[in-house]
Design a protein around this ligand. Sequence first.
Ligand SMILES: [Zn+2]
Length: 291
Amino acid sequence: MSRELAPEEFDPMGGLETLSDESYTGANRCWPCTVLNLGLVGLLALFLRARKRSLLSLLVAVVGVAVVYLRGYLVPYTPEFAPRLVAISPVPNEWFHGESAHDAATQEVMAHEERDSLAEDVDLDGETILRELSAAGVIELEGEQLFLTTAVDTAWHEQMDELANSSLDALAAALQASLPGVDDAEPYVDDAEWIALGTDHKQLLPRPVVVAELAAYEVLGERLDDERLRVAGAEAFRMFLHRCPVCDSDLVESSSVSCCGGHLGPRQDPDETLVCPTCEQRLYTFNMGDN
Ligand SMILES: [Zn+2]
């Protein structure tokens, strides 16, 4: 007995879309991985041709290139060994990294230090923060999931829209004026937009993070008295973001380690992150490790 394929089931492009892996393609594409894998596909195709298996050779070439295009790599675990191969190969590293604006930005940021949050110095555990936010009617639990209460969510988004419209200079000034803990804030621009903090202006906070946290801090002011809780609570708000507060792009889930740009040791699990693909900045990090 045969079963006819309904038109909606036959959707080759849809199938390809699901195959695509954003962690290793687009802006996240790792060129060492891509080049190495394309090289391997080419070698295998040539080998099959030499063995007079030209049809199979063609198939390997077509499928191999398609998979590398969609997934970023073909050979499993390439992101783990390709960077090391590149490092020991005689090919200059700049061939892979020189032209990428994003890598240049990363290096620039490394001269500085990318800061995660305004609340970095606040030492409060997550449980206390959530308990206090819940007691203040800021968040509520529905089933297993946490939500911002509607009034808070609306106020936060209105506040974010307002801050997103102000210039980077105005944002830095507003931050300095609002937070007693921030003595000095200055705009900083490379390939992305930041607010530089600290006496030496070495700590960079992404603009969307500042917009989200400062807006949340303002909203929490009406509901919390404790300054430390206000700052730490504002950080927690970012996990409720679905869109970038600055450019309104949908946030994508990613890993804190791109395969060539990672700075974690081999035993550490990369954290899952929410990233704005347009601003190329990290909006939230879900700690998978010790937290
Ligand atoms: Zn953005």
